[in-house]
Design a protein around this ligand. Structure first.
Ligand code: NAP
Length: 485
């Protein structure tokens, strides 16, 4: 299948280790277009030895990269950012082909992802230390921050480009070297980023790419190798826990961006149209496969009927199609397993008494499509409220009081993002403070950018990406006591 790229050299099919594009003797694997089932590419497959080679390359490249000035690293990263933006259209087309999201969303993700390279290229110059007022005339107390060393990154398929740049940007800016492993469903976006990193002049060994259909083996190497000083992961809570356990033996620094179960809490005093618009924009983006997607809608009883009516009207008019089609709202899910999971959750909810107000079943567009769905009559105890749905389904549940809304919002092990709609300023503050989430949108669902600290509490993760805090995840604090002054 032709992707109509203006630069076909972005579509490489190999690993990138120590500045070399490398094949392996392991059986290569196919990358499929979820919209059609077509094979887009067949890519080289890495095993244990390649992961070790990549770590060795990153270890060897570390001293020279670490000892560059922040400004020198910054200008190389700036070049990478510019190349990503110059190739935005091609990168977006590659992403839509392998991941399925509407092309317009893919363009947005490329720009969003690139912004982390631009931002951290600058933040790298501001990794300041401290001089602490001394407790002795003969001592000076100094704190410096230093790159942690070799970083290994594992990322998911739902944001195949931005989840890598959100890690590579701060790591490289801080002076770390980097080994990355994208999801096996979406390696092509990562390969294209590595092609552009090479063109930008990132020195050999500083950024290495492992692609593999055996993520367990690669994860085992990343977590057990003592040369890797930091593991940074975005993906499911279950795999995040596994990687944390595995990292314990070598006491690695770890950042975990894990699953979510975002509530959208709509109070009776909300601007209803704006709440419905926010609900649709957040829930159905990327076919519902976003960690900060609204996963459940909690609506105050007096406006429940009006909210669900307006929501249903909007959702019923959404266009489901191939991500390359014009004006498409919802593309395919990533694979058939994702469709089966969503279908099971919807069917269970219906058996428990939920009412299908829109959609409710697979779409006839193709194997990986599911209709945008609204479920009414959802009650607190239903399983669909506690699972990360990861599909285009809105369960809408009633609450009566502010206290009940807070209790329901917090009734989950996740704590990534939450959204509140209310016109009452006091309530906006009270609820924002009372809910246990890393990020809260008040009358707004579009909350993420490179400027803000992205991350969760509870089982949604550890650490923050983006903002002035993001680079802290990639440095160690060293205290120097200068005696004999
Ligand atoms: P996943 O199954 O946890 O996979 C994530 C990554 O881990 C992939 O690269 C996967 O490779 C790899 N992996 C799987 N098993 C592994 C193992 N035993 N050892 C080492 N690596 C392993 O998650 P997903 O289904 O791709 O992504 C969806 C999840 O990511 C959702 O829970 C979503 O909420 C979360 N997410 C969170 C954020 C955030 O910022 N908090 C952002 C985006 C997504 P293979 O796929 O090749 O096996």
């Amino acid at each position: 299948m032709s992707l109509n790229l203006s630069d076909n050299s972005l579509l490489n099919d190999k690993l990138y280790i120590n500045g070399e594009w490398q094949n392996t003797s392991l059986t290569p694997f196919n990358v499929l277009n979820p919209a059609t089932g077509d094979v887009i590419a067949t890519v080289a497959n890495a095993g244990e030895e390649h992961a070790k080679q990549a770590i060795a390359a990153a270890t060897d490249a570390l001293p020279a990269w670490q000892h560059k000035t922040a400004k020198e690293r910054s200008s190389i990263l700036r070049k990478w950012f510019e190349l990503i933006m110059e190739n935005q259209e091609d990168l977006a087309r590659i992403m839509t082909a392998e991941q399925g999201k509407p092309l317009e969303e893919a363009r947005g993700e490329i720009a969003y992802g690139a912004s982390f390279i631009e931002w951290f290229a600058e933040e790298g110059k501001r990794v300041y230390g401290d001089i602490t007022p001394t407790n002795s005339p003969s001592h000076r107390l100094v704190t410096i921050k230093q790159a942690v060393g070799v970083v290994a990154a594992i990322t998911p398929w739902n944001f195949p480009s931005a989840m890598l740049t959100r890690k590579a940007g701060p790591a490289l800016a801080a002076g770390c070297t980097f080994v990355m492993k994208p999801a096996s469903e979406t390696p092509l976006s990562a390969i294209a980023l590595a092609v552009l990193a090479e063109r930008a002049g990132i020195p050999k060994g500083v950024l290495n790419l492992i692609i593999s259909d055996d993520s367990k083996t690669i994860g085992d190497v990343f977590t057990s190798d003592t040369r890797v000083k930091k593991i940074t992961f975005t993906g499911s809570t279950a795999i995040g826990k596994t990687l944390l356990k595995q990292s314990a033996d070598t006491v690695k620094k770890a950042s975990m961006e894990l699953g979510g179960n975002a509530p959208l809490v709509v109070f009776a005093d909300a601007d209803l149209d704006s709440a419905v618009e926010g609900a649709v924009a957040s829930r159905y983006r990327n076919a519902g496969q976003t960690c900060i997607c609204v996963n459940r809608m909690l609506v105050q009883d007096e406006i429940y009927d009006e909210f669900t009516k307006k929501l249903t009207e909007k959702v019923a008019s959404m266009k489901v199609d191939n991500g390359f089609a014009d004006n498409v709202d919802i593309g395919p899910l990533i694979n058939i397993d994702a469709v089966l999971k969503v279908e099971k959750l919807v069917n269970e909810a219906v058996e428990e008494g939920a009412q299908v107000l829109a959609g409710g079943e697979r779409s006839n567009q193709g194997e990986c499509y599911f209709q945008p769905t609204v479920l009414g009559n959802v009650t607190k105890n239903m399983n669909i409220l506690s699972e990360e749905i990861f599909g285009p389904v809105s369960p809408v549940v009633k609450f009566s009081t502010e206290e009940e809304a807070i209790e329901m919002a917090n009734d989950t092990n996740y704590g990534l993002a939450a959204y509140i709609y209310t016109q009452n300023l006091g309530r906006a503050w009270r609820v924002s403070e009372a809910i246990e989430y890393g990020m809260v949108g008040v009358n707004e669902v579009s909350i993420t950018s490179e400027l803000i600290p992205f991350g969760g509490v509870k089982e949604s993760g550890l650490g923050r990406e983006g903002s002035k805090y993001g680079i802290d995840e990639y440095v160690d604090i060293k205290y120097i006591c200068m005696g004999g002054v």
